[in-house]
Design a protein around this ligand. Sequence first.
Ligand SMILES: Cc1cc2nc3c(=O)[nH]c(=O)nc-3n(C[C@H](O)[C@H](O)[C@H](O)COP(=O)(O)OP(=O)(O)OC[C@H]3O[C@@H](n4cnc5c(N)ncnc54)[C@H](O)[C@@H]3O)c2cc1C
Length: 384
Amino acid sequence: MANHTQIAVIGGGLVGKATAVAAANAGFSTLHVAPEAPVDRRTSALMGPSVDYMIEAGLIGDPETLGVPLTNIQIIDATNRLLRAPETMFSASEFGHRAFGWNFANARLGESFSKAAAGSERLDLRAATLESARRGEGVWHLELSDGGTLTADLLVGADGKGSSVRKAAGIAVRERKFEQAALVCDLVLGRGLDGESVEFHYPNGPFTLVPAGGNRANLVWIDRLETLEDARREPEHLVTLLNQKTNHLFGSISVASPSFVFPLSLLSVDVAGRDAAVLVGESAHAFPPIGAQGLNLGLRDVASLHACLKVANPRSYGWAEAVARGYGTARRGDLTRTGAFVGGLFTSLLSPHLPAQALRSVGLWALKTSPLLRKHAISFGMGQ
Ligand SMILES: Cc1cc2nc3c(=O)[nH]c(=O)nc-3n(C[C@H](O)[C@H](O)[C@H](O)COP(=O)(O)OP(=O)(O)OC[C@H]3O[C@@H](n4cnc5c(N)ncnc54)[C@H](O)[C@@H]3O)c2cc1C
């Protein structure tokens, strides 16, 4: 059939790129519909299992050459609340790991994923957006912004929070938008972090420094949107605030990149796959960036879809419906658990109510003192 592909992947973020490579490597003719996009200036802390998947799938080579190992995580309650949580430290060595994971620049990961895509024979790239998708006669009929039309057996939405694929597949979504946003930029510190990620908890959200190699650090500062916009109005003003927020713990601080602000929301779907359509990454789930869960969960989506595709038989009638159904069922537990964990943690961090603050303090005391709880918490955080 002319202009037919077995799988169409929509969206050129990191999850879309990884999915297109996985689909082609599983043996399916794949079209990746990905418009030109501005460089993604974020960084991602990716845990051991995500890194293992990227290596196995040929998306990256040695993580040491691309990222910086994360060996310790420190949590500091910097609020003036009546009930403050204890300072808590986790070391990868305590759990038998060399590192919890690696911190990568998204732009470098994207380049590495694109290189893997370029080497894949069954994968074609189209620099266009999806304009419409309709299902009929057992296939998806797609219209693209460059005027092209095609049909696909399986449609994959990797097209972010406002997903067109999700709408076309009629999958219900719940989204809660927060008044908080996240400011990111690169910093140079007087004293380097030496593999340690330091998270200060403030009443309007965490302020996190992630090691980026040598004396460099990536900042993820969650606060009210107007506070962040005010903070970045002048470079000197931003540096003064950064010194206050870090309690001058790292000596001098300078800002080494432009800053960017991202709106935050909590988004979940009823099901991540049905009617020969599947959702991966932020088209299926989004959270505030705490506990480094978003892209880790997105890569678990990709690994799960990859596993479903490897056992699918494209010669059998209805294979794409079966893959979507199987994937939707396989992802249900992880999406529900991770969404509830991050949503609950974020709400408890911001809560002005004493019972929620007490619960969080007790939780952190328990994590500080109970080896078994620490082990469970770390396994969960690493997506194991
Ligand atoms: C400040 C911040 C820090 C973060 N830090 C971490 C971290 O440390 N660890 C972690 O695991 N996660 C982290 N995350 C989350 C992580 O960045 C996201 O989960 C991940 O980047 C989502 O990737 P995605 O490909 O699903 O979506 P996106 O990157 O949003 O990509 C969606 C793509 O779809 C395209 N698109 C949209 N509509 C169409 C259409 N109609 N046709 C074709 N294409 C379309 C868009 O152009 C875009 O390129 C962080 C997030 C933020 C905001």
